[in-house]
Design a protein around this ligand. Structure first.
Ligand code: 4AD
Length: 572
C-alpha cells in the first residue's frame, strides 16, 4: 500500500506517530511502531497538530496489497483534529471550573476561619437577674414548663437555620427535648463547631409549641444560656460515619457501645427493663420470694453438651445452665421462689434465638399439680404483658416497634407432643431428608417454628416422651412413658419457656440418675429434698430475650441484650 501525502499545514511534520486501532493503546502507547496509539486523537493530543500520523491499514483479501502503516487520510485527520480541539476545550473548562471551585473553597475556608476567630470573642454570660435554673431530667420537662430549668444531655440532632437560629434535639436517656438557640447563643465558637453526640448543658424555659409545629412532647426549650461539656468528633470520626443502620452486623456488635445510643436499641433496653420489673412485680404480687442462685456450679441441669467448663481452683466447675435445682431446694424454706439470673449455654445451635449467655426467669412452686403449673404459666405470660403495657413509655415503644402487637387470646392452646407429631404429618412438615417426624423424636427448631407460625397463637406443647426430656421430670400418671412437661411456643420466636413437674419420689429420682448416666453423688443436696419431706412441685424457665423478641417482633434475640454473647463473641 502506497503512502499518501499528509494534508496542508501538517505536511511538514517533525514527529511521526503510529496508530493501530486494534492493537494500539491510548493509555500505554507512545506512538512508536512497537507501541502505537489506538486513536489519532491521542496522537494529536500527545504531539500537537504538527505530527505525521501513520495509521495501520489492513489490506483487503484478494486486493494484492499488503497490510502496513500509511499516512492518515485527509478526512480522518480533519475529524481527529476537530475531536481533539473539542476535548481540549472541554478539559480547559473543567480545569477552569475546578480552579474556580478551589478558589471558592479557599475563600469559604478563610471566611469560616474569620467567623470562627470572631466567634471566639463571643462569650456567653448567664444573666444573673434570671431565676436560678432548677436541674431536671427531660422526662420531667412537661411538669416544668414555664419555669427556668437546666438540662444536660447529648446532642441527638442538630439543625442550623441561618446565622441566628440553631435547633438541637437533646437526649439524656430519659427522653428527647428540642432546644432553640437564637442570636449570639448560636454564634459562639462552640455553637459553630457543635457536633452530634457532644454533651451540653442548656438553661432556659420550656414552652408549649404553637399549633402546626412539632417537636418531642410538643414543646421546646428556649435557651438563654448554655455550656459545652464535651465535644464529639465530626467528619470521618463522627459516630454516624463509624456505624449506622446499614453497617455490617459484625461492625454493629463491635461498636455496640455506640449503637446503644440509637433510638431503637435504647427503646428495646427500656422495654427490657420494664419487662424485668413486670416479672418481679408479678411474682412479688403472688408472694414468691426472689433468690439469687450461684452462677458457678459443679452439676449440670440440662445435660453435659452445653456446659461451659471453668477451672475453679484446680477443680472442674461450670457456668450454670439453669438455677432450677437450687430453686427446688428453697421450697421448704422460702415457699414459692423465683429468680432472674444469667444462664449459660455452650450452644451448638447458631440461630437467631440462641445466645451463649441469657437472662433466665425461673420459678418453682410447691404442692401444685400439672394443671396448676400450666395455669400459672399462662397467668404469668399475660400478666407481664399487661404490666408492661400499663407503663405508657414502654407501651409506646412496643407499638412503635411492633405495630401489629395483640395481646394473646386466653386460654392458650394446649397440645400434646403426640398431637404435634400428628400435626406435622397432617400439614406435610417434614425432615430435611423428606421423611416425617415420628413419635419419640425431638422436634427441632425449624418444624416447631413452622407449626407455631401456622397455628399463629401461643401453644402449650405438653407431655413429651421421657427419653427426649431432662432427668428430673415427673412421669405422667396415665402414661409413664410421658412426662408432665411443657414448652411454651410463641409465633415468630418458637419456644420461650420450658417447664415441668419434678420427680418427687426418692427412688424414682435415683433410677433417673442411673438411666441418664449421671453420678448421683454431686447431686446429694438436690436428692435430699425427697428425703427430708418431699412434695409435689413444679416450675419453669423462661428466656427473657426470647420473650422480648416476641413482644417487640425482633428478628434476633441478640438485639434484646445489652452486650450479646453468642458463638465467637464475648466482647465488647
Ligand atoms: O428448656 P430449657 O433448657 O429449660 C431449663 O433450663 C429448665 N431447667 C428451666 C426450668 O424448668 N427452671 O430452657 C428454658 C428456656 C427456654 O425455653 C428458652 O426460652 C431459654 O430458656 N433458653 C435460651 N435462650 C436463649 N439462648 C439459649 N441458648 C437458650 N437456651 C434456653
Amino acid at each position: 500500500m502506497a503512502d499518501t501525502l499528509p494534508v496542508d499545514s501538517l505536511s511538514i511534520a517533525a514527529v511521526v506517530a503510529h496508530v493501530d486501532e486494534t492493537k494500539g493503546s491510548d493509555d500505554t502507547g507512545n506512538g512508536s511502531v512497537e507501541a502505537p496509539y489506538q486513536s489519532a486523537v491521542k496522537a494529536l493530543q500527545a504531539h500537537g497538530n504538527n505530527v505525521s500520523i501513520q495509521v495501520w491499514k489492513v489490506a483487503a483479501a484478494d486486493s494484492g496489497e499488503t497490510s502496513g502503516y500509511a499516512a492518515i487520510s485527509g478526512a480522518a485527520l480533519k475529524k481527529a483534529v476537530k475531536k481533539a480541539a473539542e476535548l481540549e476545550k472541554k478539559a480547559k473548562k473543567v480545569a477552569e471550573q475546578a480552579a474556580e471551585q478551589a478558589a471558592k473553597d479557599q475563600a469559604a475556608a478563610e471566611e469560616r476561619e474569620r467567623v470562627l476567630e470572631a466567634a471566639k470573642k463571643v462569650i456567653l454570660v448567664e444573666d444573673p437577674s434570671l431565676p436560678t435554673a432548677a436541674r431536671i431530667k427531660i422526662r420531667d420537662s412537661v411538669a416544668n414548663r414555664g419555669k427556668r430549668v437546666r438540662i444536660s444531655g447529648w446532642v441527638h440532632r442538630l439543625r442550623v437555620q441561618g446565622k441566628n437560629m440553631q435547633f438541637v434535639i437533646l437526649r439524656d436517656g430519659t427522653g428527647f427535648l428540642q432546644c432553640v438557640l437564637n442570636n449570639e447563643l448560636c454564634q459562639t465558637y462552640d455553637s459553630l463547631t457543635l457536633t452530634l453526640e457532644s454533651t451540653i448543658t442548656v438553661y432556659g424555659v420550656i414552652n408549649e409549641l404553637p399549633e402546626g409545629k412539632t417537636a418531642p412532647d410538643n414543646h421546646e426549650l428556649t435557651v438563654d444560656y448554655w455550656e459545652c461539656i464535651g465535644k464529639a468528633p465530626g467528619g470521618e470520626e463522627a459516630m454516624s460515619n463509624k456505624v449506622n443502620e446499614n453497617s455490617d452486623p459484625s461492625v454493629k456488635y463491635d461498636l455496640r457501645h455506640l449503637v446503644l445510643r440509637e433510638e431503637k436499641a435504647a427503646g428495646i433496653l427500656k422495654v427490657r427493663s420494664q419487662v424485668m420489673k413486670a416479672f418481679r412485680d408479678h411474682f412479688d404480687n403472688r408472694g414468691f420470694t426472689e433468690v439469687t442462685p450461684p452462677a458457678m456450679v459443679q452439676t449440670s441441669v440440662e445435660g453435659g453438651s452445653t456446659l461451659f467448663e471453668l477451672n475453679y481452683y484446680n477443680e472442674k466447675a461450670y457456668l450454670t445452665q439453669s438455677s432450677q435445682l437450687y430453686l427446688e431446694t428453697c421450697l421448704p424454706s422460702l415457699g414459692d421462689v423465683y429468680c432472674l439470673a444469667e444462664s449459660f449455654r455452650a450452644e451448638k445451635s447458631h440461630t437467631r434465638r440462641h445466645l451463649s449467655e441469657y437472662t433466665h426467669c425461673e420459678a418453682e412452686m410447691a404442692f401444685i399439680n400439672f394443671d396448676d403449673l400450666l395455669a400459672g404459666l399462662e397467668e404469668m405470660v399475660c400478666d407481664v404483658i399487661d404490666r408492661t403495657l400499663a407503663h405508657k413509655p414502654s407501651a409506646d415503644i412496643i407499638y412503635k416497634l411492633n405495630p401489629d402487637f395483640k395481646k394473646p387470646e386466653r386460654p392458650f392452646l394446649r397440645m400434646d407432643y403426640a398431637d404435634a407429631i400428628q400435626y406435622l404429618k397432617d400439614n406435610d412438615i417434614k425432615k430435611e431428608d423428606g421423611t416425617f417426624y415420628e413419635f419419640g423424636e425431638d422436634i427441632p427448631e425449624a418444624p416447631e417454628r413452622a407449626m407455631t407460625d401456622k397455628i399463629n397463637r401461643p401453644i402449650f406443647l405438653c407431655r413429651f416422651p421421657a427419653e427426649i426430656k431432662s432427668f428430673y421430670m415427673k412421669r405422667c400418671p396415665e402414661n409413664r412413658a410421658l412426662t408432665e412437661s411443657v414448652d411454651v411456643l410463641m409465633p415468630g420466636v418458637g419456644e420461650i419457656v420450658g417447664g415441668s413437674m419434678r420427680i418427687s419420689d426418692l427412688e424414682e429420682l435415683m433410677a433417673a440418675y442411673v438411666r441418664e448416666g449421671l453420678d448421683p453423688e454431686p447431686y446429694y443436696w438436690f436428692t435430699e429434698q425427697r428425703k427430708y419431706g418431699t412434695s409435689e412441685h413444679g416450675g419453669f424457665g423462661l428466656g427473657v430475650e426470647r420473650y422480648i423478641a416476641w413482644l417487640l417482633n425482633l428478628h434476633t434475640v441478640r438485639d434484646a441484650c445489652l452486650y450479646p454473647r453468642f458463638t465467637g463473641r464475648a466482647f465488647p
